[in-house]
Ligand binder design. Structure first.
Ligand SMILES: [Zn+2]
Length: 146
């Protein structure tokens, strides 16, 4: 597969090594995927970090500042990030969603196919990567290990 214009847009501001690895993975893998998120602003990270920790009102206030749409009370029960020091802010992380039949595929096979392609790309460019495939959670997430 090839990355779409939207994928490239979402990779804007990301480290070129990360972009190259993702391009390599896209070219080699039989599992289609999309780039859900690359570089993240401090405002967005602040809103994400507040989710599940602060009141819905406060979370949606922060989301508005970050240019994000509001979330529901149910969604605000879920913590989505463990850190304010996300690699996304530095532009060295991206979240890749496997897509099967037009839908996000969070199955083990789809995730490991993307992970294998990313690892192959990292090896090809001689760059170390880390992410959900090593952590056992946040399986969509990949980051450069610098
Ligand atoms: Zn991520």
């Amino acid at each position: 597969m090839k990355l779409s214009e939207r994928d490239y847009k979402r990779l804007q501001g990301c480290d070129s090594r990360l972009v190259k690895i993702i391009e390599y993975a896209a070219e080699k893998t039989l599992q289609p995927f999309i780039v859900n998120e690359g570089k993240r602003t401090i405002e967005t990270q602040t809103a994400y970090y507040a989710q599940g920790r602060k009141s819905l009102e406060e979370v949606n206030r922060l989301r508005k500042i970050a240019g994000l749409s509001p979330i529901s009370e149910a969604v605000n029960k879920k913590i989505v990030t463990k850190t304010m020091n996300s690699k996304h802010i530095k532009g060295i992380a991206a979240d890749l969603y496997p897509i099967t039949a037009g839908k996000i595929d969070s199955g083990k096979t789809a995730l490991s196919m993307v992970a294998d392609a990313m690892k192959a790309g990292a090896k090809f460019y001689n760059v170390s990567i880390d992410g959900g495939f090593n952590w056992g959670w946040d399986y969509y997430h990949y980051e450069l290990k610098l």
